[in-house]
Design a protein around this ligand. Structure first.
Ligand code: CDP
Length: 807
């Protein structure tokens, strides 16, 4: 070896493979304002569409008069449900098996529902046009309280379902009922409660909120009448699914539909489903023969597309006096708004809520969920969450704290006592899941030691005593949260969307000079896939990550994939990438053996190429193998070096984490201060620690927002009262606490590289940590459970209700 020969460490470092804090390659364009978003798409002759929306939450639409609008200069057309009926598109199917009005058909069912679509030469003319469309409404009583939805005299919302006693998920019990979903052993669970030494029961609500990505939902549709082809640029988290949905409902052959998701400015579940704007822009383009752009504004985004949560969870835990849990019983009232448009895999009407037994070894559990209609916007999307796992984690983590309080036990101690033990994995939960791997005790103890949990509890005890003596008006809360996530939808045995199994895919093509391109079925919205996918390939085939280009989001070039949401990209597509790379490597080995004139079995892999076992100087780098693949492959072998993998995972992955929030609350003002927030995450093998940290920071910030104020709230008449960023809490750097992050590594045994997802984890674990901190702070004053969100005013009110102010 001469001085110029790189060392093994240098060769390894040059790859920037898995485990490397590689800088995000996409940031080169993003930080210079050179991203290419949907609104950057400007086509010759492009028209603009905008919606007339309903001011009422529930009303009959008596007439729509477009006459004056059509006189506005630049306005070309006003599309209504009657127009759409001529092409059979007045209603569209939802991902949850329901149907949804594209434009108001006889009735409106929520405020800001789409009533008519005005098409004009520019956005301003379209906006002027919508103000001139005259709509005559006859207001009807709105149904806003989910607990009154199934009252006998509750107003009938969905007249289209009149007389239908069965829906997509079985029998309906009432005209506003969507489905009932039950899981678990009812008799065994009821018996556990009959025999329980101790039990708790609490109605725990997870309020309605919204993913509110920086970039709203938008699209440009361009129909080529000559070729009969439709091209759609859109903010789609799952572009292939959109292509299939368009083919099915618009009856355009799928190969004549081109869906392109360019750069996306955040998704968080908001951009999974299909919205009326997409249908209207496509129809408008087909009718006018010109490209049509539709861009939601912020108020439209917050009020009409895809709410999240709105689960009301009656939670019961049975336990022994010593604190061993013996049963869990949960009933959920799920408010789905006007249409059931939840973005869940087909068989799961309440998503993966049956992960609600959490990290604990419950011998038995029973869950029932009633989905109901109200006069609110549809959606039910997984806002930085894997299909309702966030609601489930909040439910069980509040429940465990309430049980600890009743038992007079420390919440951390109660959790340690009930955790699934390392030797129980793979663990079969009482509600039907098989957890792949975990070491909960180690993670929890690491968290407790890192923050000096014992010391914090002592400090809290002293502060409580001082409060009782009247020496301070500040109360201190410790919010412990331990979550188990379920990500990686999913195995085809239990997950599909519209009948398409939820696999994912990767195609790698290596070029002669040793650089290559990988196309993947996922679509990054900020998660950094262009950086991390190349790192997986670099480690697998020994080509530097910088020499691999990653492409996603174009249905003409990427292999069919189910997209990015619910932290499924790493568990599913990440596996497909590793498997495609291994196919490349297997062919490369054959080529190297031929070139080195040895048997394949005589070769061993060495960082960036193959070498002959026992003769390390006889070797061939992957770069040289790429060249050979194009000029001297073994006789009978096809030239070229490319591979594709469609990966159907055998199971989900189950990341987990231990979080703690230390909070002080001033009872006189309700003002809180997050003194410390520590988050330990275990996502198995870590591809890029820096990106993981970024994901955790972002997810914690969203968790902070949701727990401490972010809410979509309605008044009794059905008006959205939090429909702009003036009212909807969107934390900036000023409000956001400092985050401390940590990790353990428990690889997934079934994933090719042992990786689990991470993107959703901080939201799943963060919300209960904040809420438990607030509740823990108030608990010594006699409070059991205070509903989220915990904004200043509600904290002040909680203090008032607990009688802390002198009369
Ligand atoms: O599906 P989504 O991309 O939202 O979530 P994810 O699979 O959790 O990945 C989010 C980002 O974190 C991606 O860039 C992943 O490659 C990265 N990640 C990682 O570096 N190591 C892991 N074990 C999991 C995710």
């Amino acid at each position: 070896m001469n001085d110029m020969t790189p060392t093994r460490e240098q060769r390894e470092a040059k790859l920037e493979g898995m485990g490397c804090k590689r800088k995000r390659v996409e940031d080169i364009r993003f930080t210079q304002g050179k991203g290419n978003y949907v609104d950057d798409v400007k086509l010759p002759g492009m028209l603009h569409g905008d919606f007339v929306r309903s001011p009422h939450a529930h009303a009959r639409v008596k007439s729509i008069n477009p006459e004056e609008a059509l006189k506005v200069p630049g306005v070309l057309a006003v599309i209504t449900a009657e127009t759409l009926k001529t092409v059979n598109l007045a209603w569209m199917p939802t991902l949850a098996g329901d149907v949804q009005m594209v434009l108001a058909d006889g009735k409106v069912l929520f405020q800001n529902q789409e009533v008519a679509f005005v098409v004009a030469t520019d956005r301003y003319a379209a906006d002027d046009g919508i103000n001139k469309v005259v709509v005559e409404y006859e207001p009807l009583p709105p149904l806003m309280d989910p607990f009154k939805a199934m009252d006998p005299d509750a107003p009938v919302l969905r007249e289209d379902l009149a007389g239908k006693t069965t829906g997509a998920h079985g029998p309906r019990k009432h005209h506003n009922h969507i489905f009932e979903w039950t899981v678990g052993d009812k008799d065994l669970t009821d018996a556990a409660f009959r025999n329980a030494e101790v039990s708790i029961k609490e109605m725990i609500s997870y309020h309605r909120t919204h993913p509110s990505p920086l970039e709203t939902c938008q699209c440009v549709c361009s129909f080529d009448k000559i070729k009969g082809e439709l091209t759609i640029w859109g903010t789609f988290q799952a572009p292939h699914v959109i292509r299939t949905v368009v083919a099915l409902i618009a009856k355009i052959p799928e190969h004549k539909i081109h869906v392109i998701s360019p750069d996306i400015g955040g998704g968080f579940g908001n951009k999974v489903g299909a919205y009326p704007g997409y249908i209207c822009a496509a129809v408008a383009s087909i009718v006018t023969g010109k490209p049509v752009k539709w861009v939601e504004d912020r108020i439209e985004n917050l009020t009409a597309t895809s709410f999240a949560r709105d689960y009301h969870m009656t939670t019961e835990i049975a336990a022994t006096k010593a604190g061993k849990v013996t049963g869990l019983r949960v009933h959920v009232l799920a408010d789905h708004g006007a249409f059931d448009a939840c973005a869940d895999p087909s068989k799961w009407p309440a998503g993966f809520f049956n992960i609600v037994t959490g990290s604990y070894d419950f011998p038995t559990a029973h869950l029932s969920v009633d989905g109901i209609y109200t006069n609110k916007a549809p959606g039910g999307v997984a806002y930085r969450c894997s299909f309702r796992v966030t609601e489930a984690a909040y439910c069980i983590e509040r429940g465990m704290d309430i049980l600890a309080q009743k038992l007079g036990m420390d919440p951390a101690e109660l959790r340690l006592k009930n955790f699934i033990k390392p030797e129980q994995f793979p663990y079969h939960s009482a509600l039907g899941w098989e957890y792949d791997s975990g070491d909960y005790h180690t993670a929890m103890r690491k968290m407790m030691e890192s923050v000096d949990y014992v010391g914090l509890r002592l400090e809290q005890a002293e502060k409580r005593a001082a409060f009782k003596r009247g020496e301070t008006r500040e109360i201190m809360g410790l919010g412990v949260s331990f979550f188990t996530e379920i990500v990686g939808a999913g195995p085809s045995k239990n997950c599909d969307i519209l009948g398409i199994a939820m696999f994912d895919s990767c195609e790698i093509r290596m070029h002669p000079t040793g650089a290559g391109i990988a196309r993947v079925g996922t679509k990054s919205q900020g998660q950094g896939h262009e950086t991390t996918w190349a790192q997986i390939i670099a480690s697998e085939i020994g080509i530097p990550a910088d020499d691999i280009m990653i492409e996603e989001g174009n249905t003409d070039t990427a292999p069919y994939g189910l997209g990015t949401y619910g932290s499924r990209s790493t568990p599913v597509a990440g596996a497909a990438i590793a498997m495609a790379a291994r196919k490349i490597k297997a062919k490369a080995q054959m080529i190297a053996a031929y070139k080195l004139e040895v048997h394949e079995g005589d070769l061993e892999w060495d960082i960036d190429g193959f070498r002959v076992k026992g003769l390390p100087e006889k070797s061939m780098s992957m770069k040289d193998i790429c060249w050979a693949a194009y000029n001297s492959v073994p006789p009978g072998m096809e030239p070229g070096l490319e591979a594709v993998s469609y990966y159907d995972p055998p199971n989900m992955t189950y990341p987990f984490g231990a979080y703690i929030c230390v909070m002080d609350i001033d009872v006189d003002t309700g003002v809180y201060k997050v003194r410390r927030f520590y988050a330990l995450d275990d996502c198995g093998t870590r591809i890029n620690p820096m990106i993981i940290e970024g994901q955790v920071h972002g997810g914690l910030t969203e968790a902070f927002a949701i727990a401490m104020g972010q809410e979509i709230r309605y008044d009794d008449e059905g008006n959205v009262v939090t429909g702009s960023f003036m009212d909807f809490f969107m934390p900036t750097a000023v409000e956001t606490p400092h985050w401390e992050t940590d990790f353990t590594v428990t690889p997934s045994p079934h994933h090719p590289i042992g990786a689990k997802g991470v993107g959703e984890s901080p939201n799943v674990g963060g919300v209960p940590a904040f809420s438990n901190a607030v509740n823990d702070a108030f608990s010594f004053l006699g409070s059991t459970h205070i509903q989220m969100p915990h904004d200043f005013w509600r904290n002040w009110r909680a203090a008032k209700n607990l009688g802390v102010f002198a009369a």
